[in-house]
Design a binder for this molecule. Sequence first.
Ligand SMILES: Nc1nc2c(ncn2[C@@H]2O[C@H](COP(=O)(O)OP(=O)(O)OP(=O)(O)O)[C@@H](O)[C@H]2O)c(=O)[nH]1
Ligand SMILES: [Mg+2]
Length: 235
Amino acid sequence: MISIVVPTYREADNLALLAQAVDDALSGPGYDYELLFIDDDSQDGSEEICAELATRFPVRIVVRKGERGLATAVIHGISTASGEVVVVMDADLSHPASAIPAMVARLESGESDFVLGSRYVEGGSIHDDWSVFRQLNSIIPSLLAKPLCPLKDPMSGFFAIRRAEMPPTNRLSPVGYKIALEICVKGSFHQPSEVPIHFSDRLHGESKLSLKEQLNFLRHLGRLYAYKLRPGVET
Ligand SMILES: Nc1nc2c(ncn2[C@@H]2O[C@H](COP(=O)(O)OP(=O)(O)OP(=O)(O)O)[C@@H](O)[C@H]2O)c(=O)[nH]1
Ligand SMILES: [Mg+2]
């Protein structure tokens, strides 16, 4: 069974489209799956939409009250998931659900133990009309993280792992946005790999990636460098 963990904050217009896309990708090949939304009390109708979706798809929503944050939502989702394999993806349809079978196949064959959906490997792409600023905003963080993680796109936010291979929660500092990078650095993965994806721009809802989160990322990077250099020290 595969658990698809999706952190959500005010994504009501995307939930049904995502549920359909995930079902199209997984039901055909015969995968048993659950789609788990970890919602930070969006108050935008997401709960009601999920209740309706649950009549048609294996959908669950966990609503966290009084807590906000993408990274903690993902950790919470992974610990609540029932599947042996977990796929984490965004709700805004930027990540193609059609890539999930290829990502899971790599885990199942033993070819890889951390599989990332990647824009920056051969065959991967972003929308052609990204401005230079937006491209730099994506590429520069990846370059800054290069010495930490052997993958080309640790910021994509789309990844698959076996739940049993998650690093212990007390080793993680789930702050900010880049939880895939955190898990990649702090896990004991021997064969991380990347599957090419086309990253689409969100059609509905608004980005939650604020300047504050971007500054948080620099602090996060500092902590990860300290962790790499002095693994025993609390970061
Ligand atoms: N539970 C929860 N989910 C969040 C929070 N912030 C963002 N998310 C979700 O995390 C995913 C990524 O957020 P986005 O706003 O799309 O961030 P992004 O993809 O870096 O930015 P864009 O490229 O502009 O879309 C989406 O599914 C959001 O709903 C949060 O505080 N709590
Ligand atoms: Mg997004």
